[in-house]
Design a protein around this ligand. Sequence first.
Ligand SMILES: Cc1cc2nc3c(=O)[nH]c(=O)nc-3n(C[C@H](O)[C@H](O)[C@H](O)COP(=O)(O)OP(=O)(O)OC[C@H]3O[C@@H](n4cnc5c(N)ncnc54)[C@H](O)[C@@H]3O)c2cc1C
Length: 662
Amino acid sequence: MDAHDRNLGMDRAITRRDFLNGVSLTVAGSLLPPELVRAAQQEFAPERAPDYYPPTRVGMRGSHAGSFEVAHQLRDRGPWDLSGAIRTGETYDLVIVGGGLSGLSAAYYFIREVGRGARVLILDNHDDFGGHAKRNEFHYNGRMLALNGGTLNIESWDRYNEHARRVIRDIGIDIDRFLASNENNRALYRSLGMTGQATFFDKETWGVDTMMIRRGGSGRGGGARYTADDLIHTPLSPQAQKDLLRLYGGAHHDYLPGLSSAEKKVRLAKMSYQDFLLDLVKVDKQVVWFFHNQGAGNFCVGVDCFPALFAWQEGLPGFAGMDLEPSPDGLLADLPGGHHGRQIGPGGGPTVHFPDGNATIARLLIRWLVPDAVPGKSMEDVGAAHVDYARLDRTGQTSRVRLNSTVVRVQHEGDVSRAKNVVTSYVRGGVTYQVRSRAVVMACWNMFIPYLVSDLPPSQKDALAFGVKGPLVYTSVAVKNWTAFQKLGVPSVSAPTMYHTGVSLAEAVSLGELQHPQTPHDPIVLHMTRYPMAPGKPRKEQHRIGRADLLGTTFEAFERKIRDQLARNLGGGGFDPARDIVAIAVNRWPHGYAYTYNPLYDPMEWVYTSTNDRPCVKARQPFGLIAIANSDAAASPHTDAAMLEAHRAVQEVLQRRAMPLL
Ligand SMILES: Cc1cc2nc3c(=O)[nH]c(=O)nc-3n(C[C@H](O)[C@H](O)[C@H](O)COP(=O)(O)OP(=O)(O)OC[C@H]3O[C@@H](n4cnc5c(N)ncnc54)[C@H](O)[C@@H]3O)c2cc1C
């Protein structure tokens, strides 16, 4: 370890855990002799260990070691050998593949319709439930801290579809009460004078590290409406400074003169915001740096893949003089998700962030499904509740959640059109098991379904394989205090071209006893995001490159980058990574956001209408007793989409059950 590493604190005893990445386990359960199988069956029950508590695990989380190797083996080596698979003897009314918000909601909808006696099994490959909606929990100096390891918030609550609203309410969430109880928290950072906006120019890009802090005010997207005084001490060239001021300033220029509003919109839909800035507004290249990650929050790719029309819709600068007519607030406003860029920006209602993000929804859904696994009765008491993982999967229980279980095959018993049962095979602890059910909901990921349901029609397989999920990372860093932020006078630092796109304090919210720290001397969790991109390449290729990057990067490499970035971004406020960091959880999501249609690459009809020609519609057709849920089925990376598709899939299952043939 060199001196630089020591300064960063790479040798400090924080809570961390490292794993080898991408190591393919040789899973040969089906070949094991029976006595070994029995032994494996008895031995592998990690959820029953008294210290089994995945939310407090740190190091590499998200797609953690042990969660993906079986699936990758299936992808790389072809169909799973089921010859020695063990039949568990269990029979369910419904098996659900995937324990994310879609899978958990599917269980909810099914039980709501069929009754509490319905036997439902949810299988998930991770050590925790919730899919992307995971919780990171830290304990330091007697305090419990939590942050979302994935799904961040309920966006545009007013636009949530009726089915999603019903689940949310039924599991005990009262949005108005939650918002009202956090009114003071919302003003916390402002009340401490932290109203600045910080942008960090990194030395790798600019030759020298420089922080620009803009005091007061706010701006949508791309930061702020800068002034000459803001820019004077930055490494931007005089021309770039002038162009940036022109872009934001009063020059209400029409960059597509002579075209109607509709014609302009078509041109802007087919042009990236980067090209708009460089080719039409003709700004200096350095100006584009500010917008480098624009669109990443929606698409996991940057400004080169972000349609200029979406930029207009999201209120980015450059369009003030173009006389674009507001888009009609019709059907599209009601499609799931408020941030597609294709919808009207504001007006979707509040954005609701629980301390651990939408993991609160997952925890409340688990309480609804298995009441005694999550102690308490209210939305508030779930904040600090300690989930009893051993209770998720017990004999005799009607709703069961089986973690650490990767499904490898879903197959009808007999002919698809007449089958009465489906057999689901899954690997758990290296052993292959099979369960039967009257129906299956695939609440996993579209692109993986053809590997599991091998007899699907080829055209449906193609449609399922169409989208490529966007890779991204949410890193949670527990620190001893946040005085550095207070000294800098900012709640966050944006660093467009650093390893993480920036760092921010956890949003100030409390839920019951899970209380947000009130003074800068209290410990807190920092939130950092990373979008591994390959600018200039087509979007899907960027996603594949990004995914390989995430799977090929060790936790140690992440940790070094994190410490280095925090030292540089916050050093001006006195932050010392060696002294101040308590624990790190890197939540990597190589298969993150559902693929959303984007007019730079996809037909306009797919983006702006709900046409049945969209691959997501072709992909989600029921196949015998198998229905397809998950947010991929809506081509929308949003919680309300995940729930909407779960509802549809369950309706398809119920309709099929009602057919006289069966
Ligand atoms: C970092 C991040 C932040 C996000 N932020 C937001 C946000 O703020 N608001 C919002 O609305 N949405 C957000 N999303 C989108 C999020 O994907 C959806 O909101 C929602 O959580 C998706 O739920 P899902 O059940 O459809 O999919 P997932 O959460 O992906 O759940 C599917 C589950 O199926 C499992 N699975 C897959 N294959 C198998 C198999 N063969 N066997 C067993 N299990 C399998 C997966 O591992 C996973 O656990 C975010 C996503 C990410 C990654």
